[in-house]
Structure formats: C-alpha cells, structure tokens
Design a protein around this ligand. Structure first.
Ligand code: ATP
Ligand code: MG
Length: 556
C-alpha cells in the first residue's frame, strides 16, 4: 500500500483485494477497469467509481484500464469519449497505455459466441420479443423452453452467420445462452447474447448489424484484458451469476471476479446521464459544463479542485448500502481544500463609499497583504489605499443592535491589512438612505480596540467584475422521494443562478482563467475558464464560506 493511502479507513473491497494479494491470487497482480458508456459526460457518481477502480489499482501497485463500454451504438459518440478521458485526467488518474474500446473485441466476441453454440451452450432463437416475455415467465414460476432451444448446433452456427451478414431484419432473431429456464434468477433464463440492430456505430460505422449485450460483452472484455477485480455498482449484483457463467463456460483462466458497491446518490441533484442530457437539451442549464451540473466538467468550471472531489469520494467510503449523501459534505471538502490553496482577494458586492477625512500626506499609498494566510509561501500583493474606499453596506449599521460589532457611528473597525477606520459622519440622500460615510484612519501601529475586521477596496482602481452566484440546481433534497406523477424538472430551483457585479481590488484583473480565489469574508470563487477575457475575468461562485456540514458535525 502506498504511503498516501495507508492511513485511510478500510472497506470491504480493499480488504478483499488485500486478502487476494496476500493469498497470491492472480500471481499477486491487481488489474481493475473503469468502463463508462460514451453516451454522456461523467458525473460525481462516476468519480466515486473512478476513485475506487483507479485507487485500488494504485494502492496495490496494479493498473486500471479505461474501457469505453460501447456495445450499444445508440447515443454514443467520440465527443463523449474525449471528454471522459479529459475528466478522468483532471480528476488525477492515468490509464497509461490501457485504453480500450469494447468494439475492439467485437470479432473475438463472435468467435466466443460460435464456441458457445458448438458447446451446445447457445442457440439462435426466433421467438419475437412479445412471445419471449411469455416464455420467460416470472421469478416464482419456471419459464418454458423456446421451441428453438434444441435445434442442431450447426443450424444455429449457420443462422448466426446469416444474422451477422444482414440477412434478417432488426429484432427478428437473436442468439441466446442456453442456461436454465427454471432459474429463480431471470437473468439466467436463456438471456440474449446478440441482437440484430442496424445502427451505425461511432467507431465501426456500418460494419456490424449484430451487437452483443452488455451481460455477454462485459465479462469477455474483462477476461481478455486480464482484469482481476471487476468492481461495479449494486444493480449488477443480480447479473453476477451470468457474468460468472460467461467467463467459466468459455474457459477463461484466470477468471475475473465481479464485486459490487453502492452507487453514490447526492442531495439536491439528479445523477442519471439521461436526465442530465435532458437538462442540457431542454436549455434548463447552459451545457454539460454548466457550473450547477453534478458533472465533473461542471464542477471543474465551478471551481471544485480535483483533490476536493477525491477527498469527498474517500469520505463517502465504500459500502453495500444504498444511501443519500449530503451535498454539504462535498461542499465541505471543497472549502477544506480551497482554504489551503485559494488566493485571497477583497471584493465588495454591495458598496458603501467611505471618505477618509484625516488621511495624512505620508500615509502608505498601498499595503502589502498576504495572498494566503494559510500558506506563507504564497507571498503578498499590493493593495492601493487612498482617501476613498468602498466597504460592504452590511458592515455598517447606523443603529447597531447589541450583537453587531462592525462599523457604526463613532465606532472603529480594523480594515483588513490597512489599519483602523472610525466612522465620524453619516451622509444620507433625500429618502434617508445612507449614501456615504466619513471617517478617520489610524495606522496599524496604533493601539485601537476593535471587535471586527472588515474588507474594503480602494475606490480608485476598483475593478467591476461580473460574478455568477450559483445555488443548488434543485430545491428538494431527495429527488427519488418526489411524487410518482411529478417530473424531476418540476423541482428545479428558479434561483439557482444570479448574476451580480462586484468591485474588486485592482490585482483581480490579472486572474487567470480557472484560478481559485477567496473573496475575503464572502466565499470562494473561480475565474470562469470560458468567459474570462485577458484583463477581464468573470467569476463563478464555487461555495460560500458558511459550512453547513461542519456546523452540523459540531466542528465549527
Ligand atoms: P447513469 O445511470 O448515470 O447513466 P451508468 O451506470 O449508465 O450511469 P456508465 O457509463 O455505465 O453509466 O457507468 C460507468 C461506471 O460508473 C459503471 O461501472 C457504474 O457502475 C459506475 N457508476 C455510474 N453511476 C454511479 C454512481 N452514481 N455511483 C457510483 N458509481 C457509478
Ligand atoms: Mg451503464
């Protein structure tokens, strides 16, 4: 086990692999794979699977393959393949030379099918899908055997060849495994191995009119690649006997072993590629990488650091129990990481002008303020100072209640990195609204008793920047518990995006696209990687500073 991971809490998959390695199984080798279907972008649920698949291989000195599970040509595309690769790299994992397509194995799979037919373990069936439903039966009662089940093997071999050659219409014939029509597991009642489907495949074009089913293809792909541990989500548990049947009947040695874990479900979001695609196509979001999406590219654009996503997957752990994880835990991990790494800047969202009446001629023209108090190596930047500054309107109250410690008439506060400000005068407009404050300034070297520090920006040189304030995409916590007759889109949060203008200190102009910042006392933000222009960054709010998760855990 590597240094980095040995202190992590263990889980059943790690324990199982450790035991296999200790017992010298597969020569002590660990080979896993991550098999996404290229029919959409990766989401945070996939991140969990990726962290387990790649993480286990890394920990045990093995390797993890990236394989496009592209046996179903409908909706698959190269665009998805490329973005899947990009997102996995972003998350921090590497498949080395082990990138594969299921389609690479189509010819081998046909050979295996012919082998099964000749072993009397598969046959071409001519029942229609409707008829088959009836033959298959229900779990509590055995099904009936297809009348084609016992046709001579050579007849099936010939028919299968003609299926492949395009002689028959779509869906008319199929190849079935010959297993057990009385099995209580419906997946073992002569499941389909091949179907006829005239649909161009993004890799193989029109070369094929028959496509293997997932249940047949997946175990063969794993076995061909020498995968030792095939880790997947719980919905495949009932398919496992079929997985084992395929690799054992075909005589692969060694045989890969499938193990299932619970999917990740998150509050306030949906996590199915179909639904995410619908949101993109329906225009409810601006694209797969909309910062409100639970996709990895959305999270990257939102400013989530990959290390935070990995820490979250670690914190979620690996179990066999379906559960709903609080998105606040993810946000907590994001804050935790950004607190250590994000550059501090000051920005005022709702400005109130303050005129300093006593600023001496020799007052500093600028202050050097640390870029990150958590990281001395991050250095300082210069923030110009002057007679007029902007503060946050809510940091002033004319008649403060007892528990308000910030600026008020006659009261002083510390200005972040820039001495003290005492409010001496309040200027109002005709309607009685406070429009300006006057005050006096004292340098840091003086001893002034204050109870609060506020942020500020110099009026001269302040940059107006566009800031997108993102909130949760949905307004209900558990979308799986919404009424049957409702549509998940009924629960979209109408306030999930607000665009505002903030006034930031001048150095913000140099923000590089993608760079992360803490706007002091406000939250974490990142310069949008797409819409930022040189010298004119646009910001996405990554998370607020308030940590609901830590609070709930009694940590802060
Ligand atoms: P979706 O249901 O979102 O469309 P999928 O399971 O069809 O996802 P695949 O591309 O087949 O998507 O998934 C690739 C791998 O990621 C599979 O091994 C699957 O088990 C795993 N995976 C998918 N969703 C989750 C999730 N929510 N939590 C953990 N693993 C997941
Ligand atoms: Mg799938």
């Amino acid at each position: 086990m590597s240094e980095e991971t040995k202190d992590r809490p263990s889980h059943f998959i790690r324990d199982m692999i450790a035991a296999d390695v200790a017992a010298g199984k597969n020569g002590g080798q660990v080979v896993t794979r991550f098999p996404p279907e290229p029919n959409g972008y990766l989401h945070i649920g996939h991140a969990k699977a990726i962290c387990i698949d790649f993480g286990m291989a890394q920990e045990f000195g093995g390797r993890c393959h990236l394989r496009m599970d592209d046996t179903n040509p409908a909706k698959e595309s190269m665009e998805y393949v490329e973005n899947i690769q990009r997102d996995i790299r972003w998350l921090g994992f590497d498949w080395g030379d082990h990138f594969y397509y299921s389609a690479d194995y189509f010819e081998r799979m046909v050979e295996c099918a012919v082998k099964l037919i000749r072993m009397d373990m598969a046959y071409v069936c001519e029942l229609t899908q409707e008829q088959w439903k009836d033959y298959r039966g229900i779990p509590t009662q055995p099904g009936r055997e297809s009348p084609f089940r016992n046709r001579p093997a050579e007849e099936s071999v010939a028919l299968f060849a003609r299926m492949r050659a395009g002689v028959f219409p779509d869906g008319s014939l199929c190849l079935r495994a010959k297993i057990d029509m009385a099995s209580p597991n419906l997946h073992l009642r002569d499941p389909v191995l091949y179907r006829i489907l005239r649909m161009p495949h993004y890799l193989t074009g029109d070369a094929w009119v028959i496509y293997p089913t997932y249940d047949y293809a997946h175990p063969i792909e794993d076995a061909i690649e020498g995968v030792t541990h095939s880790l997947c989500t719980l919905e495949f548990e009932v398919h496992r006997p079929l997985y084992d049947w395929v690799v054992q009947t075909l005589g692969f040695d060694p045989v890969p072993r499938q193990t299932e874990f619970a999917r990740l479900n998150l509050t306030y979001t949906v996590m199915s590629k179909r639904k995410l695609l619908e949101l993109v196509q329906g225009g409810q979001v601006a694209g797969w990488d909309d910062p409100r999406m639970p996709t990895l590219c959305g999270m990257r654009r939102r400013g989530y650091p990959p290390a935070a996503v990995r820490a979250f997957c670690d914190a979620v752990g690996v179990t066999k129990y379906e559960s709903l994880t609080d998105v606040a835990l993810l946000e907590h991990c994001v804050r935790d990481e950004l607190n250590r790494t994000a550059t501090r800047r000051m920005a005022v969202f709702d400005p109130l002008k303050v005129v300093i009446d006593n600023l001496p001629a020799d007052a500093p023209a600028a202050f050097g303020i640390p870029n990150n108090p958590e990281d001395p190596a991050a250095g300082t930047r210069e923030v110009p100072f002057g007679r007029t500054i902007l503060i946050e309107r809510e940091d002033f109250m004319e008649e403060p209640p007892k528990d308000f410690f910030r600026l008020a008439p006659g009261r002083a506060v510390r200005l972040r990195g820039a001495g003290f400000l005492t409010c001496t005068e309040v200027v109002k407009d005709a309607s009685g609204r406070v429009v300006e404050l006057h005050g006096t300034w004292q340098p840091m070297t003086e001893k002034v008793k204050v109870k609060a520090t506020i942020h500020w920006v110099p009026e001269a040189g302040a940059r107006q920047v566009e800031v997108r304030l993102y909130d949760r995409l949905f307004r209900v916590e558990d979308l799986s518990a919404t009424p049957e007759e409702s549509d998940y889109r009924d629960f979209l949060n109408p306030d999930s995006l607000k665009t505002v203008t903030a006034f930031a200190e001048p150095s913000i102009a140099g923000a590089q696209p993608g760079a992360a910042f803490q706007f002091e006392r406000i939250g974490y933000f990142c310069a949008d990687e797409k819409d930022s222009k040189p010298g004119a960054p646009v910001f996405n709010r990554t998370v607020t500073l308030k940590d609901a998760y830590a609070k709930a855990q009694g940590r802060r």
